[in-house]
Design a protein around this ligand. Sequence first.
Ligand SMILES: [Zn+2]
Length: 428
Amino acid sequence: MSKETTQSKWDSVKRYKLKKMLNELSKISGHGTELVTVYIPPRRPIFDVISQLRDEAGTASNIKSDLTRTHVQDALSRTIEYLKLYKTTPENGLVIFCGALSTGKGLGTEKIEIFPVIPPKPVQIQLYRCDDHFWIDHIKDMLKDDRVIAILALDTQEAGLGVLTGDRWEAIDDLTSGVAGKHRQGGQSARRFERLRENDLNEFYHRVADRAQTIFVDQYKVKGIIVGGPGPTKENFLREEYLDYRLQNNVISTLDTSYSGEEGVREIVDKINDQGIMSEYRLMEEKKLVKRFMSEVHSESGLGIYGLMDIVKALQSGAVDLVIVTDDVSVVRITTTCKKCGYSSEKFIDKSKVFAEKQEIISDPCKSCQGLDYETTEQDIVDYLEELTTMTGSRIEVISGKTEEGMQLSSLGKIGAILRFRTKNITS
Ligand SMILES: [Zn+2]
């Protein structure tokens, strides 16, 4: 598997999982100031965090409300207990949410629950909070797109080259053309002046393209490029295809700016943020994925398949290149294992029916030994599919279910796959 595919898979699946968790956490509110949030940056030793939390537990003994005090102290000791599982701080640090959550049976019946998150990016802050809600904002920031994007701000006089990574941008280089303005000096023939100017511009554009290749392709391995600048120069430059094909084929957007050079790069960054260009870009990518999938479905190739069970089978046989799932998929995989004889089975059902289905499953005698003692597990379908893709070296992309393309996939059951090769044993 190439580095690139690992990266993109990591992106959308991690994003989906984190989003889902944050969505659940954001709905939780504490009875009092009793929900604990801990952000641990990569280099902070675990024992240091534990000793801080012990101090906090000591301070908490002053809380007047019996219920709140118990809740805070229980949450803290649960967090400490959990932290002891770590010998060292994980590479990206650690974020923990812990608190007494309502069981729906009234005050005093709350249950302490812990939600540890190994973040997708290094934790940047050190934070402890005990509040009536969980502090999720910092980890929300980690959901932002952080692929590296090239920025080129160009006119006939100057070219600014910069890169954008998430919120951070950097101007890398600035080239000047030395090309004369549009108006010739007296004594020169108009035609000769134009020709010389064209030659100089051509040379300048080649220089810009060479620099762009060195910086954007070789050094930064950017995912795409945004080209801006005043006037029509940028359009001419793109039309004449001076850029390396890896950039030329990945132009995300062109933008009008007042300046070229470094000032132009800054202007482009502002516009990218104002106009939501990066999320549009993500949608464009999703559109491409679904289009490719739909054209395989409609072609004779037999490489585009849908239907969960067929996809699972194809994954298990290593035939899948890419799985696409919409983020509103609500399927859960339930496995049941007989405690007596070990006979196990699996079932895929809609999230809303999990409770009823489970009741049914456990009241049904074991097919092998007629026993009635089961162990059951529940797993989100995306987690399961990710496991299967990891085992077989294929890719999985989670896309928005709200776009037109997402809805196309939704109508086919929210999950689709493109095969590497046609398989005979798949019945669809
Ligand atoms: Zn059994």
